[in-house]
Design a protein around this ligand. Sequence first.
Ligand SMILES: Cc1ncc(C[n+]2csc(CCOP(=O)(O)OP(=O)(O)O)c2C)c(N)n1
Ligand code: SF4
Ligand code: SF4
Ligand code: SF4
Length: 598
Amino acid sequence: MHLEENKAVLTGNQAIARGFYEGGGLVATSYPGSPTVGIIETIKEYEESVYCEFSTNEKVALEVAMGASFAGVRSLCSMKHVGVNIAADPLMTFTQTTINGGFVLITGDDPGMHSSQNEQDNRVFGKFANMAILDPSDSQEAKEFTKKGLELSEKHHIPMMLRITSRLCHSRSVVELQERKDVKTKPFEPDPYKYCMLPPYSDKAQYFMKERLEKLEEYAYDTNLNRLEEKEGANTLIITSGLVYEHLKEIEANVSVYKLGLVYPISMKKINELNKKYEKIVVLEEMMPFIENELKLNGISCKGKEYFSFTGELQIEDVEEGLVKAGIIQERKFKEIERKDPPSRSPQFCSGCPHRPIYDILKKEKVNVIGDIGCYSMGILFPFEVHHINISMGAGVSILKGMRKAWDLSGNKKPLVAMIGDGTFFHSGIPGFINLLHKLDKNANMTVIILDNQTTAMTGGQPNASSDKEMDIKINDLLKIIGIERIQIVNQYNYEKAKKIIHEEIKYEGLSVIIATGPCALQFRMRHFHFYVDPNICISCRSCIKTNCPPLQMKKYEGHEKLKSSIDPDMCVGCSICAQVCPVNAIKQSRPDSKERE
Ligand SMILES: Cc1ncc(C[n+]2csc(CCOP(=O)(O)OP(=O)(O)O)c2C)c(N)n1
Ligand code: SF4
Ligand code: SF4
Ligand code: SF4
């Protein structure tokens, strides 16, 4: 963080962390996921005053933060948009309670799915859960709205949602810093109407939720969380929120703008007043027509998604194009910016990634594989194309059970494999493993491969229950306690052994689990002496190339007619997999390694 005279240039994530700190927050929880990982990473810097943790999953994270709020302190829980699905069960009931210590749920939405499996507009979730929703448009607002969210939550006894999008999470702007405010812990006074959500107590809570949203709608009328910027002579009003507001400002159209910071509830009194003043209302928002629908539900005639895409990020050019369609501007300032699609480059496993040999082996096995979420989701992509189904965290093992039952009942005995990472195993995989044993047909051919790379790699390498030194829970021990009998452990850098075990277990008619135990090459900075190709031995079979390790490529050597394989020594981390798949031993290590690979 860059600090200067009480100002700093912060990302949206850092600003939220700062807002929590300044706002007297005491307990912050999260489960890692892009784009919100940076919030807890930054809160760690305030650990002297604030407790924070990456919890086992989003549901647990929310429950810990809920506990802190019940206890009377200010708490925050952050997660990526799909994390809210995992936390939905406690969330939908928590929102019925009377909030004691201020509580803010941060949801990191991902328009355009830069690092997500779906595009989900959680403003809809916030409304569904009867929460009030804040939507900042820069880092300053991200900080201020976090503080304000804690205050409003306490004052109106309502859980607040702060919705932020990927670009804002990661982009930087100047933020004014303030001192931390000391907030006294509020007493916890048992009251079933407030905290025990079962009828008759929860019946009353329905009226309470309605009342507090009505009060917030009154508050929304003139709160400075919303900003009305009127232009003389303008006959069009654009209602907007979030980052797209900044694009609109840059375009400098001749319109008045009502920028919402509090996007739910919206003051209909205010909107009705504005509706009388303006000939036309246009809504500019990313993803779903949330504000547009709110207005239409209340009888306000407006247009939005007719002009702006319902999916993906809205870039400045998209906003400008929409304004042209809406007849608001005629000239395009940004039309000269030619948006060339970047050359398509699929993501791929890092040099030396432990997942690579497993996928190389599975491709050769030509078996149906159900994937899961993690770096290994790249098993969907070329050149492996091994995963045939990939849905959400922890889903693979349960889908395996369903497919197996269905196929067995229809007489199809083809083997099935499910993949899961160690991070996902602890997040939501364990119930699926327990469920495998429920009404288990001993002959049902199911193979699960657990890719234990000792970290939650895809989200930046957070430890999980097996790699966190304080917890050190062994996956193997846990599976045995559950009652899974056939477990094989293999180091995937030993290619032949891994291949043999995978082949045997796929054939085995029953339930078997393989734990593959190579550490993440990036996180643990794998660096052995690099390998090289002897072109005089290479027969150009491309077996090494098919492993798709980035340093490998076919090239022309002097004195050789055919292209031969080569290895970029700067990129090679010396995992040895290419050498192990070479049928003629053309790949050798530059210097022998002292470490033996078992
Ligand atoms: C519900 C949900 N929460 C968080 C994420 C973000 N996320 C993507 S992959 C992943 C975990 C990956 O860890 P692991 O299973 O160990 O696989 P690795 O990346 O290490 O190969 C997480 C937390 C998500 N996609 N869905
Ligand atoms: S970060 Fe680790 S697990 Fe992910 S692709 Fe790279 S080496 Fe593999
Ligand atoms: S040894 Fe081969 S497979 Fe391993 S990192 Fe180097 S080039 Fe890649
Ligand atoms: S696997 Fe061996 S023989 Fe085949 S292309 Fe690679 S280096 Fe050459």
